[in-house]
Ligand binder design. Sequence first.
Ligand SMILES: *[C@@H]1O[C@H](CO)[C@@H](O)[C@H](O)[C@H]1NC(C)=O
Ligand SMILES: *[C@@H]1O[C@H](CO)[C@@H](O)[C@H](O)[C@H]1NC(C)=O
Ligand SMILES: *[C@@H]1O[C@H](CO)[C@@H](O)[C@H](O)[C@H]1NC(C)=O
Ligand SMILES: *[C@@H]1O[C@H](CO)[C@@H](O)[C@H](O)[C@H]1NC(C)=O
Length: 427
Amino acid sequence: MDTQSEWNQLVFDTNKPAKWWHQRRAKIIGISFVIFVALTISVVLILEFSIWSPKNSYSTTTTTAQPSVWRSTGNMNTQREGHVAILLKNGKVLVTGGSDHGSCAFSSELYDLETGNWTITGNMSIDRCEHTMSILTNGKVLVAGGGSGTAEIYDPSFGIWIRTVRMNEVRHGHTASVLTDGKVLVVGGGTDSAEVYDPSTGNWTSTNSMHTQRYDHIATVLTNGKVLVAGGSELDYDGIMDSCELYDPLTEMWTVTAKMSHRRMQHSASVLTNGKVLVTGGLDDMRRYVKISELYDPLTETWTITGNMSFPRAQHTASILRNGKILVTGGMTESLIRYSTELYDPATGIWMVANNMNHVRVLHTATELENGNVLVAGGDGRDNSAVNSAELYISPKTISATINKKNNPPNSHKAPMTKRTLNKDGH
Ligand SMILES: *[C@@H]1O[C@H](CO)[C@@H](O)[C@H](O)[C@H]1NC(C)=O
Ligand SMILES: *[C@@H]1O[C@H](CO)[C@@H](O)[C@H](O)[C@H]1NC(C)=O
Ligand SMILES: *[C@@H]1O[C@H](CO)[C@@H](O)[C@H](O)[C@H]1NC(C)=O
Ligand SMILES: *[C@@H]1O[C@H](CO)[C@@H](O)[C@H](O)[C@H]1NC(C)=O
């Protein structure tokens, strides 16, 4: 059979079930179709990345099915655990202090998300662990306590630290919350006292004390401007609490609010886009690691149980993503340091296991970057000593605009607490 007869047979002999892909016309149509699909996909991708992608970091979200991944990034210059990280207004991440082989650091360094590199910046005047960092409305950073009552200010324009007025108390394991008027409320840390930093005067003023002394508690600024303080221990690891109180900046009064269902210290708290506060994990008064999570509703001032994490964990991190989900990473259960991560979906109240980090981490930091990715840095790693590695959680690409994150400014971050004294065997 020559070429011509094969052609004729295929085209005209419709009684025989000819293999359609041998047919030239079909080939042309098929190739055209493939080219058309490829072109369409290219156009959609170009649109998504260059035109539809959000320019404004505060407006976002609707996720695609694109999976998230963990990607290694530059190493810090120093190994750190129990350090503190904060996103500056220039988009860089400032990391300070933390412990390296038992001694606290006074160094600080900056992460540049464009290059993925860390650069050493000024030294603090004193070494700090279990301190706090708060970003002030002028873009400067207030660092307070961490084994002393000292405080200092970092100026990102010059990369320098300047000592400011001391707090009235020595604190570590305390919290610092940026109030809606820009003042900073510092609470507890082995005491029931509270004080307020006024950036306009550079002065600390004592305010009313809490009802209870607290250490390793959480403090969260609610959408109504009040501050929720929950759990913690009265004395280091003794007297772990389920009690909670609310601070009203207008009256400067503390009121006791509903108790959590569970006693917790070294837990995490995140303000959801609906204004509720998700609390998860921690260590309870029976020395058990907790996987139960619960929601505080500022309107009713009550707690409701929500989904359990897949794993109990304390000294983990919790970050709110652009899509409104909460990403929890690492932490520990007894002597086991975790690399697992989980996502909480506020719409369903369910936790889903997410991809593992490249390294196990506890007492690390997690900071959401301007591009929606999350930078995880340092912590104690596999051999139970501080590491300098860092990695990025690459968030699913997001399109369209639904969530207004202005109610959750990246205002104040508290290091997860050090002192894993429960592990007598050295873990
Ligand atoms: C970032 O680090 C890489 C590798 O260490 C280096 O080649 C590059 O020059 C650095 N970039 C900057 C801006 O420092
Ligand atoms: C910070 O202190 C260390 C140790 O004293 C010193 O080597 C380093 O040069 C200092 N860095 C800056 C930026 O001052
Ligand atoms: C700061 O507080 C001290 C003592 O409370 C007071 O004497 C001083 O005037 C205050 N400074 C400013 C600038 O408000
Ligand atoms: C969560 O965990 C607790 C304690 O392990 C258990 O009692 C409870 O039934 C769990 N809740 C859900 C919804 O799985």
